[in-house]
Design a protein around this ligand. Structure first.
Ligand SMILES: [Zn+2]
Length: 159
């Protein structure tokens, strides 16, 4: 010993050998998740690319009720959770919107004096639904598992 500290030989085996990380980051919102996660738990981003056909089908599923119902019955999409999620979300959304429309129409018949108010509300609700429809179709087309607060929770429970 001459005072100099002993340097261990540069051993390549001591370098980190963990090639697979414990978690992976979402490219969309940077949330961490298990490497094998199919979707980001935070924002719903698809971690495996969704093929264009399935994205188109999922987007078309937001047309009122019939396309989504057809998608859910088609054996082709029985195992495509991405497509089915959007189809279910579409169905729940349209059922609630159409039910509210019917209720509003009945109420406006009863209270004919406030017809203008109902008309105005109806126009606002329709515009809101149009906007929602546009956003949801776009998100589906982008391959995102975009979940609405209430409808998304319901849709996630369906298969
Ligand atoms: Zn995310």
């Amino acid at each position: 010993m001459d005072g100099e500290s002993f340097r261990p030989p540069n051993n390549p085996a001591s370098a980190p050998i963990n090639a697979t990380p414990a978690t992976v980051g979402c490219p969309h919102c940077a949330a961490q998740m298990a490497p094998k996660a199919a979707f980001c738990p935070a924002c719903g981003w698809s971690m495996t690319p969704v093929p264009p056909l399935e994205r188109a089908v999922a987007a078309a599923g937001y047309l009122p009720l019939i396309p989504a119902a057809v998608i859910l019955f088609l054996p082709t999409y029985r195992r495509h959770l991405f497509v089915r999620f959007h189809a279910w979300q579409s169905i729940f959304l349209w059922i609630v919107f159409l039910s509210l429309t019917v209720v509003a129409m009945l109420l406006s018949n009863l209270a004919a004096s406030s017809l203008m108010a109902f008309l105005l509300l109806g126009i606002l609700a329709s515009l809101g639904m149009l906007f929602l429809w546009f956003v949801l179709s776009l998100k589906a087309w982008q391959g995102e598992r975009f979940a609405l607060p209430f409808f998304g929770v319901l849709a996630a429970r369906m298969r």
